[in-house]
Design a protein around this ligand. Sequence first.
Ligand code: IYR
Length: 215
Amino acid sequence: MPLVFEGVAEAQMQPRAEAFLARMRKRRTVRDFSDRPVPRALIETAVRVAGTAPSGANQQPWTFVCISDPERKKLIRAGAEEEERAFYAGRAGEEWLGALAHLGTDENKPFLETAPWLIAIFAQRWGHDAQGNKVKHYYVPESVGIATGFLIAALHDAGLATLTHTPAPMNFLNAICGRPDNEKALILLVVGYPKEGCLVPAIGKKPLEEIASFL
Ligand code: IYR
């Protein structure tokens, strides 16, 4: 079918790109969340944005489990803190803990109960056809990573804060979220408003010269 391509007037292209950059530059990862509720419709809309992402063979190999139920959040916090205690007590190793030190993180994850929404992002390592046969999926981590980027940008643009949390391993999420074995939890996105007086590490992003080359 013919492409519907809504272009931007040439004079507007650079200003539009810069306005988007200015907006995205204001995104910060947050670890202190307020318990202020967030309407489900906002989360649904942001997940629909994630669902527009490109994916290998357009297989859309992702499942976004959106959790606001306090009982599930409590189970997720318990599961994550158990893994994180082992991680910080030595499983991570000196080098990894050294790389993280400036972030000030530890094994306590109260935000997993405080924040109004958790989005557990699962990658479907394979799918099923109508007869229930296994269907191979292509470029799964790449596809789910791209969709997650869309999701983070959409939530930020809607005025919400996120934390890209990765308790490892995350297998405990399958049972809590009721997901089958072909799905692997990749990221647990924490979503809400920052707590009043929330602090973030004094860190910045690399300049263009360090992240790009033009040939
Ligand atoms: N998953 C742990 C450790 C951690 C790892 C990385 I890499 C970070 O950028 C931040 C934290 C935790 O969430 O505390």
